[in-house]
Ligand binder design. Structure first.
Ligand code: KG4
Length: 335
């Protein structure tokens, strides 16, 4: 089945053509440069840019795959969660396209598609496995019991890991998207001397809290600014990155042991983090687990991962119609 898939949940307009786990084309038009001047995504601007870009991006995806509209067997689209105005552009474009082509419309949950980024080019990866899903807005540990079946066993009580890294980066003057730049600058540090806290959580054993760590970085930087003191930016970056990785790794490895998973999967934008990948690889090796993470090009938002998940949603009977609507928040284990 050749699936034309669409992603517009945040600041990337992306269209891909995917056949099973093979990507025939994957076009991404990013708005990063435009949002950079505001230090973060401005939702209204994001929606307008998606509207301008989507037809061209779609044409380009078909062209690069060497296909025409008549070759398309289904249209898939990210319908939740995300920025509502941004999602609406993709959902309405997809509805119109599916209707005009007379092919099925497949609604895809954004976080499920981040997990499916791991399926591309990795034929041996099949559920069940344990997944650490870390993106700009979500931090979740989930049991992926089947392609469309998820059990959440831990999550953040406040900020997502990506949000913590982005805001820490922003207060040190690093440009958007901060997490990426923080990761690069952290590699220049020769120590991790700053006394940043290890947040403790009293709810579930595998839950997270990142807002205290974020606030500690903001206070550290503001206090130094007020006193006219310099901070060592690479060292702050390395310290906060280490704290975030400690929490993510401890909980994930602990959960894999307790729930008996031998396959551990990373997903979402923060899975591009170099320390997280390297340390997780070491931990998994020591514990006899197999580790999977997406290629860097599929870590951030893209439509190829939407297409990779879409076939499983379709097989499970998850077909949309003209009443499909965008939804800003929706848990990954929705039915
Ligand atoms: O998954 P994603 O592209 O968008 C959402 O669906 O949220 O994730 C974006 C997040 C941002 O917080 C960004 O700073 C972070 O992923 N990110 C990274 C790295 N690359 C992207 N965080 C840490 N290290 C990286 N190398």
């Amino acid at each position: 089945m050749k699936i034309l898939s669409i992603e517009t949940s945040c600041d990337e307009t992306s269209v891909a053509i995917v056949e099973d786990r093979t990507v025939l084309s994957n076009i991404i038009s990013t708005q990063i440069e435009e949002h950079k001047i505001y230090g973060g995504v401005v939702p209204e601007i994001a929606s307008r840019r998606h509207t301008e870009a989507i037809s061209h991006v779609c044409e380009e995806a078909l062209k690069q795959a060497g296909l025409t509209y008549s070759d398309i067997d289904a249209v898939a689209v990210t319908f939740a969660p995300g920025l509502i105005g941004a999602l609406l552009v993709g959902v309405n474009f997809a509805k119109g396209l599916a209707l005009s082509l007379g092919v099925p419309l497949i609604p895809v949950h954004h976080l499920r598609s981040h997990i499916a980024a791991n399926y591309i080019d990795t034929p041996d990866l099949k559920p069940p496995f344990l997944c650490l899903l870390v993106s700009g807005g979500n931090t979740v540990i989930a049991e992926v019991t089947d392609y469309t079946s998820f059990k959440i066993i831990g999550g953040t009580l406040d900020d997502a890991a990506g949000e913590c890294l982005d805001k820490a980066a922003r207060c040190m003057g690093l440009s958007y998207p901060g997490g990426v730049n923080l990761d690069k600058i952290a590699t220049l540090a020769d120590n991790k001397k700053y006394p940043l806290p290890y947040p403790k959580v009293s709810t579930g054993e595998y839950d997270f809290s990142f807002s205290g760590l974020k606030t500690a970085v903001l206070n550290l930087v503001h206090n130094a600014n007020q006193k006219g003191e310099d901070i060592d930016v690479p060292v702050v970056c390395a310290t906060v990155r280490e704290r975030v990785c400690d929490m993510l790794i401890n909980n994930t490895i602990g959960a894999a042991k307790e729930f008996g998973y031998e396959k551990v999967v990373l997903a979402g934008g923060v899975s591009a983090n170099s320390e997280l990948r390297a340390r997780m690889e070491k931990e998994c090796k020591e514990n006899g687990f197999s580790l999977y993470f997406p290629p860097l090009k599929y870590c951030g938002d893209n439509a190829a991962m939407v297409g990779a998940q879409a076939i499983y949603e379709y097989n499970d009977g998850n077909i949309g119609d003209a009443s499909l609507n965008a939804t800003a928040t929706l848990p990954i284990n929705y039915r």
